[in-house]
Ligand binder design. Sequence first.
Ligand SMILES: C[S@@+](CC[C@H](N)C(=O)[O-])C[C@H]1O[C@@H](n2cnc3c(N)ncnc32)[C@H](O)[C@@H]1O
Length: 267
Amino acid sequence: MSKQNVSGLYDQLSSMEHLIKSASTYPIHKRLNFASEPSNDIYEWIVNVIGLPNQGLIIDAGCGTGWGCQFISKHSKAAILGVSLSEQEIELADKALKTNENTLKNIHFKQQSFDELATDSADLIIAVESIKHSQDIRLSIENMLAALRPNGKLIIVDDFYCEQTFSQDATQYMQDWHLYEMLSVQHIQALKNSLIPIKIPPQIFDHTFKMHIPMRAWSSMKTFVCNAILRFRKNDLALRAFKGGFILDKLYAEQKMKYLAVVLVRQ
Ligand SMILES: C[S@@+](CC[C@H](N)C(=O)[O-])C[C@H]1O[C@@H](n2cnc3c(N)ncnc32)[C@H](O)[C@@H]1O
């Protein structure tokens, strides 16, 4: 599968979703229940618990239509760069910037891979549900660490696979979401031999228990219906992605996935 599949997937998803969502920018990540914590969203949790630099550069690596960058800009005076592979997402993100030009001066968006960030440029890189799409996750983490300045932070929030073997569901989920490999804690553990020195051990926060995980049977039924429709709509990337989402719910229900936030600090 090529890089074009990832951009094609998010081009299609954003073309569809911005028609049904009221704002042109919207979060494209899991809704969590933070209960008594003073956060309503994972980006807000990052602001409240990890904190943002107030100068230098913050990069949202895989920025969707720019919701996260807009949120961050309310809490930091740093320059903010959002990058995404999807041309359509960057168009929507730029459109929203134009309508709020006066308040969002410190944000820029670019259609670019997170593997091609300038070295030694960022003080914080946030990758929410994006790194799982990498062709080579280990290399992408190294590339992002290299893009940090000394003491800069990389925050990865994503679905981490907890099994050693691949079930049929896991394989199908990877295909539907255009994944080359499954992100796992082993990718993080391997960083003790990283080319870019980081502070060891990395901080890991488990947010899985904050998710709403539907019952396995309900997710199986929704997967079945999607499969039936896909017989007639083979090239519908968005529908395949929805199906992949239902399979992912199933993997969570079977406790084969964890939703983790990993904080890496460059030395
Ligand atoms: C699930 S969305 C998350 C968007 C945003 N972080 C959020 O939480 O609202 C994944 C994003 O990662 C982007 N992405 C995937 N692979 C990428 C890459 N190699 N470089 C840059 N962006 C990438 C997609 O285009 C999409 O914008």
